[in-house]
Structures are given as structure tokens and as C-alpha cells.
Design a protein around this ligand. Structure first.
Ligand SMILES: *Cc1c(COP(=O)(O)O)cnc(C)c1O
Length: 222
């Protein structure tokens, strides 16, 4: 199947209100262009340099979502164009994004990454760290970022019950934080969860942004 066919198949399964981030990391521009010609406009990348090189050579109406682990010294390279940063995992990182966004006169949409998987290796706030950061309230003074929701990854397992429990945990936290801290902030509406092997489960638990790569572009060659 072609990239366009794969894309159509994934899109056909998304209920209204769920958007697709086509994860194009490690895929060349020609493959992104194929998805673009088929109508896709939101692409996700996990390396700042790679995303920036692609942004410079691909159409301007692409929305670039940064989904990787972010180092503070890289923010400046994407501050001028990035549409959403999914992986905010510390207050310090949020202040650094705010600083770089201010320099270029933008407000950057951010998602707080929460660790719900069993693997130690995944990044993110614990639910308690995330609550504590929001209770503290200092984030409200950051005028060049908007907290638009949460992002998370389930464990890399075949145990669908476990994956489902982890997505449920993330969804419950999302609702709790929304009513506690964001009742007057309608932008807090995104729940970024679900990848190629588990996006159906994520959608059933209220995902609004699925991040699908290999199902569209094929297995990656690292
Ligand atoms: C690579 C990646 C994806 C996409 O993974 P696939 O299994 O190829 O769909 C989604 N989210 C994050 C954070 C990733 O790093």
C-alpha cells in the first residue's frame, strides 16, 4: 500500500474531534510530500535539527509538532515556527520555551508529558509532579506559552488491558486537571495519546491527537 492509501485508512478510522499527527521522523521529504499531497498537514518530529531542515524545505502551511524529548538549548531553532510541543516534562523547560517564544514574539502551544507507562525509560512528569507544578501557580505568569493539555505514552506491551488502564489513568488526570486548573481556559482540550499499535485504544479513552508513524510511512530505518 502507498503512503496515501495508509493515510486514508488511518483517517477513515478517526472520529470527529480526533486529529492525526503523522509522525514523519527519519522519513525523507519525498514521503512527507506524498502525505501532504494526500491532504495531511500536521506532521510530528522528534529531533529539532531534522524538523527544522524539513520545515525549511517543505510547504509553509505544514503544522510541525515536536514530539521528542526536548533539550533546552534546542528550543531556539524551532521557536519561530513550531505549532505544538508535546513533551514538556519540567517547569524549567516550560520557562525556557516561554523565553524563546518571547524572543520571537509568539505564544507557543505546549502539552505536559505525563509518565503513565511501566517502563523507566519514558520521560514525563509523574501525575503528582504534574499536579504540584500546576498547584504552585508560577506557570500562570508565563505569557508566551499556552498549556493545551497532556501527552503520554502507554507501555510497549501486547497486554491491551494494561495499555487501556494507562490511557484511562491519563484521561482521568486530564479531566481532573481541566476542572481544577483550566475551567476558564478552553485551550486546555488536547489529550495526545496513541501510536501505530495502540491508537484505537487511545481513541476509546478520549484521545484528541493520535501520533501515528510506521502505520503510515512503514517501518523506520534508523
Ligand atoms: C515515534 C513516535 C511515535 C510514532 O510511533 P509509531 O509506532 O511509528 O506510530 C509517536 N509518539 C512518539 C512520542 C514517538 O516518538
Amino acid at each position: 500500500m502507498s503512503i496515501a492509501d495508509n493515510l486514508k485508512q488511518v483517517l477513515a478510522e478517526l472520529p470527529t474531534g480526533v486529529r492525526l499527527v503523522a509522525v514523519s521522523k527519519f522519513n525523507p521529504n519525498e514521503e512527507i510530500e506524498e502525505a501532504y499531497r494526500a491532504g495531511q498537514r500536521i506532521f510530528g518530529e522528534s529531533k529539532v535539527q531534522e524538523m527544522t531542515a524539513k520545515q525549511e524545505s517543505l510547504p509553509n502551511d505544514i503544522e510541525w509538532h515536536f514530539i521528542g524529548h526536548l533539550q533546552t538549548n534546542k528550543i531556539k531553532y524551532m521557536a519561530a515556527y513550531v505549532a505544538m510541543i508535546h513533551g514538556i516534562d519540567s517547569y524549567k523547560l516550560l520557562t525556557e520555551v516561554n523565553k524563546q517564544a518571547q524572543k520571537v514574539g509568539r505564544v507557543i502551544d505546549c502539552l505536559l508529558q505525563v509518565h503513565v507507562a511501566q517502563e523507566e525509560t519514558k520521560f514525563g512528569f509523574s501525575p503528582d509532579e504534574c499536579r504540584a507544578m500546576l498547584v504552585d501557580g508560577a506557570w500562570k505568569t508565563l505569557e508566551n506559552i499556552r498549556i493545551c493539555g497532556l501527552m503520554g505514552m502507554a507501555s510497549n506491551t501486547d497486554d491491551t488491558k494494561q495499555i487501556d488502564r494507562e490511557f484511562e489513568t491519563l484521561h482521568n488526570l486530564f479531566e481532573e486537571l481541566r476542572v481544577t486548573f483550566f475551567v476558564d481556559a478552553p485551550q486546555f482540550k488536547e489529550l495526545s495519546m496513541g501510536m501505530s499499535h495502540d491508537y484505537h485504544l487511545a481513541i476509546a479513552r478520549g484521545s484528541t491527537l493520535v501520533r501515528v508513524g510506521s502505520k503510515i510511512f512503514g517501518e523506520r530505518n534508523y
